[in-house]
Design a protein around this ligand. Structure first.
Ligand code: HEC
Length: 137
């Protein structure tokens, strides 16, 4: 009986660890979905400005996959398979190569510490999606 318990725990414990690990880390080996994971983040932080009906700065509309891939004045902000080279990701960091950090905050808000930036986990979702080929999934 005892041996059976030991054998069972050898099977169950790694299984549980695998499940926990898999569900708690977006990115890694999990496939990131444009529709389910990426778009909701863009909708929340970027569409208030980057929508065709809104301010639409730099002619970058992010209303849907095709418009995001097309990009704005500086061309497509996505390098499929390479998040680090993608302008969309570079613009989220504290020192983007051109222009301001996104989502845009007023100088006043930044100065007062009231600026709203994306969570690291959210940036990670966008990066993982691009690294996985920026698919229309
Ligand atoms: C409050 C308005 C505002 C919000 C919200 C905003 N942006 Fe922007 N964005 C701008 C303005 C203004 C520019 C043009 C100046 C610049 O490049 O910094 C711009 C430019 C850009 C560019 C460069 C496009 C090009 O081709 O020149 C990218 C990429 C970008 N934004 C990404 C994002 C992303 C991703 C988000 C959401 C996380 C976001 N922005 C949210 C106002 C905004």
């Amino acid at each position: 009986m005892r041996r059976i318990m030991v054998a069972v725990s050898f099977l169950v414990v790694p299984g549980l660890l695998f499940l926990l690990n898999g569900s708690s880390r977006a990115g890694d080996k999990n496939t990131v979905s444009f529709k389910a994971d990426v778009f909701p983040v863009i909708e929340k932080y970027c569409l208030p400005c980057h929508a065709e009906e809104n301010f639409n700065p730099s002619e970058l509309s992010m209303d849907n996959y095709d418009l995001i891939m097309e990009g704005g004045q500086r061309g497509s902000p996505i390098v499929k398979g390479d998040a680090k080279k993608s302008l969309l990701i570079m613009k989220l960091g504290p020192e983007p190569p051109e222009g301001d950090r996104m989502p845009l905050n007023s100088k006043k808000k930044i100065k007062e510490g009231k600026a709203v930036w994306m969570d690291e986990a959210e940036v990670e979702i966008l990066s993982a999606w691009i690294d996985q080929g920026a698919k229309k999934n």
